[in-house]
Design a protein around this ligand. Structure first.
Ligand code: COA
Length: 331
């Protein structure tokens, strides 16, 4: 009997910039307070990229750490996917710029626009390309410098986001141990797109003095509405991954949801029946790093011994688009 081809995570890596912006620092920028931010979101501080850092620089540092753990070289990679809402520039893609910074050429490389779900979408695409035989070793990255698209005069958004990057190296492996990415479940609904959008700079509102005056190059968000949809979608797709694999919440060793808001995470975990002891969170220190949030959390969980061989890991993402999705992994 044929041994199935699985996509297996060989290494993880993360990088967050050195500069810390605390809630108290934000109190000096906008009308807010440490108590309000902590109570409403669970965030205490976030990282900000240095002026000379670009998204591909953050991605490169995270990618090198993932490659090091995998004991592989950039030349081994034949597929690069970067999930990002904040590319270095519209083109060339951050994936191509990253490939160049890694000193490698020739691999397939593309960016993926799925908001905060970008990493999970990338994981899904890479899994399928590996299983189909069109890639052997994939680098999947979530990298963001959200501080460059945040309106620092808007207290409703500027307190929530941070910069960072996370990466995984995936490889095809024939095994019948059940190890690898078990399933990916991806969804989108443009009908809710206006709840979280950056409208300027594209074909609808090309960059002009008027778009700058109207602050269209910044994130605009309806937080309250988004909160409710996020809880519903994250819950539905987490349950979808469990029912697809015929498991229950008791089987999940670690749940790693998108790190947007502690209240969202508690609500989703509660609805799915996963106790908080088996939920990984780090948003207290980084805020919402969009596509980078899940791979940074995965890397911290792994390096912090929260993941052991054989564990069942559930990833759960939600973001602009709207997009959402889940992945179940046997480690
Ligand atoms: N500091 C102090 N007050 C603030 C504030 C801040 N940083 N931001 C908003 N407020 C005020 C509002 O102006 C409002 O005041 P008002 O009642 O006088 O109008 C009040 O706080 C309540 O605002 P509301 O938006 O209803 O608060 P909330 O409980 O929904 O919390 C969010 C706001 C943004 C924290 C919450 O809605 C959220 O996290 N939503 C999801 C956002 C998200 O995760 N986005 C990314 C998805 S990938």
């Amino acid at each position: 009997m044929d041994i199935p081809l699985q996509a297996v995570i060989r290494g993880t890596g993360a990088y967050v910039p050195a500069r810390v912006l605390t809630n108290h620092d934000l109190e000096r920028l906008v009308d807010t307070s440490d108590e309000w931010i902590l109570a409403r979101s669970g965030i205490r501080e976030r990282r900000l990229a240095a002026d000379d850092e670009q998204t591909s620089d953050l991605a490169c540092r995270a990618a090198r750490r993932a490659l090091e753990m995998a004991e592989l070289k950039p030349a081994d990679i034949d597929l690069v996917i970067v999930g990002t809402a904040t590319p270095d520039m519209p083109f060339p893609s951050t994936a191509c710029l990253l490939l160049d910074k890694l000193g490698h050429a020739g691999a397939a490389a593309f960016d993926l626009a799925a908001g905060c779900s970008g990493f999970l979408y990338g994981l899904g695409a890479a899994t399928d390309m590996i299983r189909a035989g069109s890639a052997r070793t994939a680098l999947v990255v979530g990298a963001e410098i959200l501080s460059r698209i945040i309106d620092w005069q808007d207290r409703g958004t500027c307190v929530l986001f941070g910069d960072g990057a996370g990466a995984v190296v995936l490889q095809g492996e024939r095994n019948n141990t059940g190890r690898g990415i078990l399933s990916n479940h991806l969804h989108g609904d443009g009908g809710f797109g206006s709840l979280l959008a950056l409208r300027g700079g594209g074909s609808r509102y090309p960059a002009s003095h008027a778009t700058v005056d109207r602050r269209l190059h910044y994130v605009a968000m309806q937080g309250n509405e988004l909160f409710k949809v996020a809880v519903r979608c994250l819950t539905e797709t987490a349950r979808e991954a469990m029912s697809h694999n015929n498991i229950t919440a008791d089987d999940i060793d670690l749940f790693i949801p998108h790190q947007a808001n502690m209240r969202i995470i508690r609500a989703v975990a509660g609805r799915c029946g996963i106790p908080m002891e088996r939920v990984f969170t780090n948003l207290e220190h980084y805020g919402n790093t969009s596509a980078a949030s899940i791979p940074i959390a995965l890397d911290e969980a792994l390096r912090g011994d929260r993941i052991r061989s054989g564990d069942l890991i559930l990833l759960d993402a939600f973001g602009a688009g709207l997009t959402w999705g889940s992945s179940l992994i046997r480690w």
